[in-house]
Ligand binder design. Structure first.
Ligand SMILES: Cc1cc2nc3c(=O)[nH]c(=O)nc-3n(C[C@H](O)[C@H](O)[C@H](O)COP(=O)(O)O)c2cc1C
Length: 231
């Protein structure tokens, strides 16, 4: 091998090293690229964990609620003209539960409830949100801490929960309790009424609520109560 051959050979060797280094570099980039999916895996397993936590939460909620001992259920309700009270009593009777009437310190008379009358109490309160802070005779039911499940019943007023329940919902601690809203109305559905109450509540696991017509039968109510699979 002469000097020029050895120079060429040297050049080729140099090129070989350069190519090898380039390939090694590419391989490294490839490896780095491979690390991303594993970090994605981590985040996806993180979200899997989150979703399994939430699915275990939801599986302990409406689909298959844990059996609840009789005596630990409270049916709290506001009723201005008796319809919601009727449903509440049926729920309580089916479950052997206690009842608690959410009672405004100043009860609503039939004149108060007349929304066709300009200037009636409900119209004034409806038109002025700050007038909806209704004083109650009692905010926290006796033995509150002993209840695991609390039904909350109310009539629909202008598409939302009649506001006398607001003070009950915001004035009590629902931590560790299952909350089951229900309402009565002429034609409106539950709508956002229960979600709005949940937002103003202190904790609790809120199940999807149920709307009944003002003239719901005992059978209608019992069918729903049975579907909750409480015991
Ligand atoms: C002030 C007021 C507002 C009402 N607003 C609605 C409404 O928006 N939609 C509806 O379907 N019924 C409405 N109703 C009818 C009541 O929701 C219905 O009669 C309910 O069953 C009354 O329950 P209670 O007897 O327990 O008070 C309203 C009643 C009153 C007094």
């Amino acid at each position: 091998m002469n000097a020029s051959t050895s120079k060429r050979t040297g050049k080729f060797a140099l090129m070989g090293i350069v190519v090898a280094l380039a390939l090694a570099g590419l391989a490294l980039v490839g490896c780095a690229g491979q690390q991303q999916p594993s970090s994605q895996e981590q985040s996806s397993s993180g979200s899997q964990a989150a979703s399994s936590a939430s699915s275990s939460e939801s599986s302990s909620a409406p689909a298959s609620p844990a059996p609840i001992a009789q005596g630990n259920v409270l049916v709290a309700y506001f009723s201005a003209s008796g319809n919601t009270e009727h449903v509440a009593q049926q729920i309580a009777s089916d479950l052997g539960a206690d009842t608690f009437a959410i009672t405004p310190a100043k009860p609503y008379t039939s004149e108060d409830l007349n929304w066709n009358q300009e200037g009636s109490r409900v119209n004034i309160e409806h038109e002025n949100e700050s007038a909806r802070d209704i004083e109650l005779t009692q905010v926290t039911p006796d033995g509150w801490d002993g209840y695991d499940t609390v039904f909350i019943g109310y009539p629909i007023w202008w598409g939302i929960a009649a506001w006398p329940v607001d003070g009950f919902v915001s004035g009590n601690n629902f931590d560790g309790k299952m909350v089951i809203p229900f309402c009565t109305s002429t034609s409106s559905g539950l709508g956002q009424s229960a979600d709005l109450l949940e937002q103003m509540a202190n904790g609790g696991t809120w199940l999807e609520g149920m709307r009944f017509s003002g003239s719901a039968s005992a059978a209608d109510v019992s069918e729903w109560v049975n579907s909750l699979a409480l015991s």
